[in-house]
Design a protein around this ligand. Structure first.
Ligand SMILES: C=CC1=C(C)c2cc3[nH]c(cc4nc(cc5[nH]c(cc1n2)c(C)c5CCC(=O)O)C(CCC(=O)O)=C4C)c(C)c3C=C
Ligand SMILES: [Fe+2]
Length: 576
């Protein structure tokens, strides 16, 4: 076997017997230290990277400095066993396209050696899959736990470089009016949206069917009034594209994926794409500035269950940015939008800056420990501090909108607060949607139509609304910075890295994250009990409650008798 001479001295190295291969379209390889070879210190794999053969993997023990950047073409596809890194050239400190130092590679090698079992199974399988996806013909050999591990392939699309992915998580919205009811079903079937006591969890899906059917006409009308569907997918896709561009400008080529919780493209679809693209490092970024169990929490819980069951994903390095409302770029861009809209009023100083956040049931915060309210209040404070620093003296208010169902939600409610402000003589109001970064049904219909009308009826004369951030350049650049800052934590284990634990939670620890927020996962507490006659909120509350009780009663009857509407629809046999 002849050893190929490279620009470095390879006089004391040898090509690894039976381990080199060069397919017609080039080759790539992965190799482990061999117990059967004559006690080599390192095994070096040469692959093509950016058109040039480069050392792409080294497995060994000793650290030294050196670089192998100008290998001859003939070395491509070969693997060498070397006794020291000095053989690969002196005076250089980086190796291959990954830019690893030799000492990093050596510790990599040590790790592999220490975990030979891991190396020869999980790690190998992952590499085989990557090669296959790149169109390579792959042969893999695991001689034994202690023996040579080897993958040979042909196909040059795959390079050994890291592939960074960013997964944007969002809620999703119906794209057509026909989508409304199934979208609502998905939403209400989520145990993080309707939190049933453990004993009643089996009712989740029938209840979701029931509530979504009841709510569909009202929601359909709302979606019809904003053009027949939610703009969320289009806006989120635009944000993903803008983020990818911003990352590229910051020298991080990355693919950005969109994973929606309740409608297309579903999180599961995004994950399939991430796998197909062979992403090796993933940053998970929920598009909600503030964390809530019902939004980011729900998406992360879903992700975690997907990750747990998939070997590729279990092995993929990742990290999560749970919330980012306190980031300077986000605060600045919100302040700029507010400043710009305020300037449109004749007397900006007299305008009430009215932050309207999507609500959550009080029980989420008080019973389950959802940090949403605290994060929201801090977020508003940070934005107002920035707005005031720019010379604005207007007063501000925070209220919560969009409540659904018969329980108590975070107060003050947006509608009652608008009426109260009107009564107090406020004449100018600037609505600021704060819990979401895209236009959606609750900005376009609820704020722009319902609340505007209510405000005008309540004596407010001048109405304005701050647009959602969308693709605001400062905001997108800040998201890109958040991703860059998160990257060093990718793969960092919370247990061993206190800093990572405090600021960013690796996905494997989402359960821990939620456990902090959602300590006991208790059922919803008894709802408000003030009765008012007429078509009032409390009447709605009681109607809702009565409907809920009726459904429960019917379900119990159906389960015990085996007869009823749900059996006719074919829903209940699922639970037999
Ligand atoms: C931070 C934002 C959001 C929180 C918190 C939130 C909690 C939450 N939402 C519902 C019920 C519904 N939400 C609906 C739509 C919807 N919700 C959010 C954001 C938050 N939800 C968005 C961005 C959207 C709109 C998507 C779009 O299509 O544009 C809907 C459907 C619309 C409707 O019928 O009103 C429901 C229902 C609950 C119960 C909840 C907390 C428990
Ligand atoms: Fe919602």
């Amino acid at each position: 076997m002849q050893c190929v001479q490279a620009s470095f001295r390879l006089d004391s190295c040898s090509c690894l017997e039976g381990q080199h291969h060069r397919g017609p379209a080039g080759s790539s390889g992965f190799v482990g230290a061999s117990a059967s070879t004559a006690s080599p210190s390192f095994v070096v794999v040469v692959k093509r990277s950016r058109g040039r053969p480069q050392v792409s993997a080294v497995v060994g023990e000793r650290a030294s400095k050196g670089r192998a950047t100008s290998l001859p073409d003939s070395s491509y596809g070969r693997q060498y066993v070397c006794n020291s890194f000095a053989e690969l050239g002196k005076d250089h400190d980086r190796v291959g396209s990954k830019g690893y130092t030799f000492s990093e590679l050596a510790s990599f090698g040590r790790e592999l050696k220490a975990n030979r079992q891991n190396f020869s199974t999980k790690y190998l399988r992952r590499n085989v899959r990557k090669e296959r996806r790149a169109g390579a013909v792959v042969e893999a050999t695991v001689a034994s736990k202690q023996e040579i591990v080897q993958v040979h392939g042909s196909g040059d699309k795959f390079t050994d470089e890291e592939r960074v992915g960013v997964l944007l998580l969002n809620l999703g919205g119906p794209e057509t009016l026909d989508d409304v009811q199934p979208f609502l079903y998905n939403l209400f079937a989520d145990p993080d949206i309707i939190r049933l006591p453990r004993l009643f969890r089996f009712l989740q899906r029938p209840l979701a069917q029931f509530i979504s059917t009841l709510r569909a006409p009202k929601s359909t009308e709302a979606y019809a009034s904003i053009g027949g569907g939610s703009p969320l997918r289009r806006i989120t896709d635009d944000q993903a594209e803008a983020l990818a561009r911003a990352l590229e400008e910051k020298n991080l080529p990355a693919r950005v994926y969109v994973g929606m919780r309740y409608w297309h493209p579903f999180t599961e679809e995004a994950i399939e794409q991430i796998k197909a693209d062979g992403i090796t490092r993933l940053v998970v970024l929920p598009l909600y500035p503030q964390f809530s169990i019902s939004t980011s929490g729900s998406s992360l819980r879903l992700l975690e269950s997907i990750f747990r069951e998939d070997e590729y994903l279990v092995n993929m390095q990742h990290t999560v940015i749970p919330s980012w409302y306190q980031r300077e770029g986000y605060v600045q861009s919100m302040a700029s939008l507010i400043e710009k809209e305020l300037a449109k009023f004749e007397h900006p100083d007299e305008v009430n800056i009215f932050f309207s956040a999507h609500g959550v049931p009080v029980a989420y915060v008080e019973e389950a420990g959802d940090p949403y309210k605290a994060e929201m209040e801090e977020c508003v404070e940070l934005i107002m501090r920035e707005v005031k620093a720019r010379g604005v003296v207007s007063k501000h208010t925070l209220a919560y909108q969009s409540r659904v169902g018969p329980v108590e939600w975070l107060k003050p409610y947006t509608d009652t607060t608008i009426v109260e402000l009107g009564k107090k003589g406020v004449k100018s109001l600037l609505a600021v949607p704060i819990s979401f970064v895209s236009e959606h049904i609750e900005t376009l219909e609820e704020i722009d139509m319902e609340y505007r009308e209510l405000a005008l009826e309540s004596g407010i004369v001048n109405w304005g609304r701050v647009p959602a951030l969308g693709c605001d350049p400062t905001f997108i650049a800040d998201l890109a910075d958040a991703v860059l800052e998160a990257l060093p934590y990718v793969g960092a284990m919370a247990v061993s890295n206190l800093e990572a634990r405090q600021s960013l939670v690796p996905l494997g620890k989402v359960e821990e994250l939620l456990a902090t927020y959602d300590t006991q996962r208790r059922e919803l507490p008894a709802p408000v009990a003030v009765w008012e006659w007429g078509w009032t909120k409390s009447a709605e509350t009681w109607n809702g409650r009565a409907a809920m009780l009726a459904v429960l009663g019917l379900l119990v009857l159906e389960v015990t008798t085996g007869q009823g509407v749900l059996h006719q629809w074919g829903i209940l046999p699922l639970f037999r």
